[in-house]
Design a protein around this ligand. Sequence first.
Ligand code: FES
Length: 220
Amino acid sequence: MMLRRIDKDQPETFAFSKSNLSWAKKQILKYPKDRQQSAVIPLLYRAQEQEGWISKPAIEFIAKMLKMAPIRVYEVASFYFMFHLSPVGKKAHIQVCGTTPCMLRGSEKLIEICKQRISKHQKEPCSKGKLSWEEVECIGACSNSPVVQVGSDYYEDLSEESFSHLLDELMEGYPEPGSQKKRFSSEPEGFFNSSKVKIEENRNASVKLFLKTSLREKNK
Ligand code: FES
């Protein structure tokens, strides 16, 4: 197993933003009194969403909140690969699925594009510091392969062209996730044009949620 260590360059401090702090306190209350350290994963994940990665001060901050020894929090953060122990792209860390269905539908070409346009090495930010990438195992959207994940959003049905375009858009803004071929979900292509079944909405629930969140992000 690969040994994972915290980054040698660390920030001085860490603190949750006001809204994240109140969210974190509510998470802790979901657990019974003597089991509240179980909130360590959601708190670490929220710290990563806020800062992009897990720093030593973040580990110490969370340890204090949960009355844990910092080494125990570090053990969790270094065990799970979803936690980044070094800075990744400030704007987006792109997880490219490389498992068989995505590989058969072109993920190797997407990885090539990442190597050319972002960095030869996984988890290494591009020269502008905005984007980074890594290859991951199946992310559970095989019917819309090839797929990449950015935070909690999926960009599906990608081609070399649409993926390159996505990278341009990620540098500047918040591109709309979901099928990049404009499928509603994972129905056969063109299904709703040719079938008597009609849907009222023009976007599925994940895309609608993204639009709500990204709007909040822009208005910060
Ligand atoms: S193989 Fe890529 S999402 Fe399942």
